[in-house]
Design a protein around this ligand. Structure first.
Ligand code: ADP
Ligand code: ZN
Length: 600
């Protein structure tokens, strides 16, 4: 069995080795077994059902939640010469009819369908008549109310085990928590089936969380210095901020497009298409954007606002670097963001226990943000893994060697300043008092006469804001009213009594050192640079001709292999990762010409 699967892997997909547990999963499904596959984004879930679909008799039905996702997967498979198609509401009736007929005559190896289509009586009847190889349920966490993308139609997929108990069901997701997992198992009848769990580590992602003062300028520096001309996503919480940020980035010379649920459908889908097909567009979006975007060459995901939880952070950042090449997960946040996020929950009309759960999730995220130890270790431990290292070497904490400083005394000054001013002022006012600024307001309140006036000379305003941020994040301070005035939480006493040390990493105002990227265009020699540009241009032209995104023709990983190996013969070219038989037949000659022209 494995030999055959391996041959398909090489001939059709152009890869030499399986990744992680892919071969085990494929054998299991080819032998007719059901299973649940938990694998991080970019881990290689698709092959786990695509190869069995090619090996087993009959047609595979792939349930997928989004039209754009299906279309992309199908386009990519067609490029590989695989007989695949989709059925969803975007198809004209006569095309749908044609696909349905073809399903019965065995024209396709894979058919992607939306869950609502699959549930119709008409489609059920078709399924009964067709010869089926397997059911793949992609983004299976959509069955769970606990998951962040609950889809009621997904929960009705429970009819699959009842009506088609013998057909292998393979459920796949990148969402890991226990409740969601249990829901998938129960809904899809996988109680007796194995779960294949991969590590959730994304080694190619560089995690960075930076201080939120000047967040826009920091973002701009980050894009200019590290991602000029790359595809990326910038997440903002509100529609207004999405719009403003997109406009602002555009005025700064970056090709940025907005995307949020309030835009008209036509513009929104145009922007999504531009992003998918393009190679240098920064999408500024609310988190509504992302599910179903499996663009492999997103080189960074930046958060200008706090995500809701560590799960959301992991999901959203996970959209970067699916192709396995270096990518950045970058976030900026300040004290204002903590206040905003907490207040949004305070005013949320949901029942208390649900609100509390949301607050707990936010607190867990803030712990990650304020951590003075490796981000990756923190993340993996949160997802129940035990990494065998304590320093990953590939996150800001491990790499930027900013020492954690003991700022307990400064924190005590903050707390006592809040106390002595009567717990009815906001951060900026308190910072002025600490710095000893004689503002009209301070004079008006006689706060230039209190003992904490001007005792904060050891830090500048940004430094004090960072301390307020940390104390808010750790729950030592609370916000008491809509004017965002601060008061001490119970736990603040522990600091005043020296029972707790406060450790903080201060960050330089603007980042100077660049995140070094391995094997990416920055480090090309001039001839390599020339070849890279030539190959990209060629790919762009082919993609336009075929009406597909550039990455469907070849991933960056394949172009980089071509540059590294510079194959000069058909035989050598066929060894390149990503060069399946169909692609070689279609493009081999053109590529050899380019490689020959640009010199060996
Ligand atoms: P997921 O659905 O888990 O996010 P995909 O199935 O889209 O991931 O795969 C992510 C990327 O990894 C794709 O570009 C795919 O071509 C590549 N890939 C998957 N399996 C292999 C493999 N065995 N060898 C090389 N590349 C692989
Ligand atoms: Zn680290």
């Amino acid at each position: 069995m494995t030999t055959k699967a391996r041959a398909i892997l090489k001939e059709i997909f152009g890869f030499s080795d399986f990744r992680g547990q892919q071969d085990k999963i494929i054998s299991h499904v080819v032998d007719g077994g059901h299973c649940l596959v938990l694998m991080p984004t970019g881990g290689g879930k698709s092959l786990c059902y695509q190869i069995p679909a090619l090996m087993r008799e009959g047609v595979a039905i792939v349930v997928s939640p989004l039209i754009s996702l299906m279309e992309n997967q199908v386009a990519a498979l067609n490029e590989l010469g695989v007989r695949a198609t989709y059925l969803n509401s975007s198809l004209p009736a006569e095309d749908a009819l044609r696909v349905e007929q073809a399903m019965l005559t065995g024209v396709y190896d894979l058919i992607y369908v939306a869950p609502e289509r699959l549930l119709t009586q008409r489609f059920q009847t078709l399924l009964q008549r067709a010869s089926l190889s397997l059911f793949a349920i992609d983004e299976a966490h959509c069955v769970s109310q606990w998951g962040h993308d609950f889809r009621p139609e997904y929960s009705q997929l429970s009819l699959l085990p009842r009506k088609f108990p013998e057909i292998p069901r393979i459920a796949l997701t990148a969402s890991a928590d226990d409740k969601t997992r249990a829901d998938i198992i129960s809904c899809l009848g996988l109680q007796q089936a194995p779960t294949f769990i991969s590590s959730f580590d994304r080694p190619n992602l560089y995690y960075r969380i930076v201080d939120g003062s000047n967040s826009r300028e920091r973002l701009l520096d980050f894009i200019h210095q590290e991602h000029a001309g790359d595809s990326g996503i910038v997440y903002c919480r509100s529609r207004k901020k999405v719009e403003e940020t997109a406009v602002w980035l555009t005025t700064q010379g970056i090709t940025a497009l907005p995307y949020h649920a309030g835009m008209d459908t036509a513009t929104r889908s145009q922007h999504q298409k531009d992003f998918l097909y393009g190679e240098n567009i920064v999408m500024v979006a609310t988190t509504a954007f992302g599910l179903g975007i499996d663009k492999p060459d997103v080189r960074f995901v930046a958060h200008l606002d706090l995500p809701k939880s560590i799960e959301s952070y992991y999901q959203e950042t996970g959209r970067a670097g699916r192709d396995g090449l270096a990518a950045d997960a970058w976030m900026t946040y300040g004290y204002g963001d903590i206040i905003k996020s907490r207040r949004l929950l305070d005013f949320n009309p949901t029942p208390a226990p649900i609100r509390q759960a949301a607050l707990n999730r936010l607190d867990a995220l803030l712990k990650l943000c304020e951590s003075t130890a490796c981000r990756r270790v923190h993340l993996l431990q949160y997802f129940g893994e035990t990494p065998n290292y304590s320093v990953c070497g590939h996150c800001d904490i491990c790499r930027e060697s900013l020492p954690a400083q003991d700022v307990t005394i400064s924190a005590q000054k903050v707390l006592s300043c809040i106390y002595r001013t009567g717990q009815c002022f906001g951060v900026e006012y308190l910072v002025d008092v600490l710095l000893g600024k004689l503002t009209t307001r301070i004079k008006q309140w006689n706060h230039d006469k209190i003992s904490t006036f001007g005792i904060g000379q050891e830090l500048d305003a940004a430094g004090w804001r960072a301390i307020f941020r940390h104390l808010l994040a750790r729950g030592y301070l609370e916000v008491s009213d809509e004017r965002n005035t601060l008061k001490l939480a119970q736990s603040a006493r522990e600091i005043l009594r020296n029972q707790h040390k406060i450790l903080l990493r201060f960050q330089p105002e603007r980042k100077l050192e660049k995140n070094k990227k391995a094997n990416y265009p920055d480090h090309f020699s001039p001839p390599d640079q020339l070849l890279w540009e030539t190959l990209r241009l060629w790919r762009q032209t082919v993609a336009k001709d075929h009406g597909v995104p550039a990455y469907v023709v070849f991933h960056d990983t394949t172009l980089l292999e071509l540059i590294r190996l510079r194959p000069q013969s058909s035989q050598a070219l066929q060894q390149v990762s990503g060069m399946g038989t169909t692609k070689f037949a279609r493009y081999g000659e053109s590529l050899l010409k380019i490689l020959y022209r640009t010199g060996g």
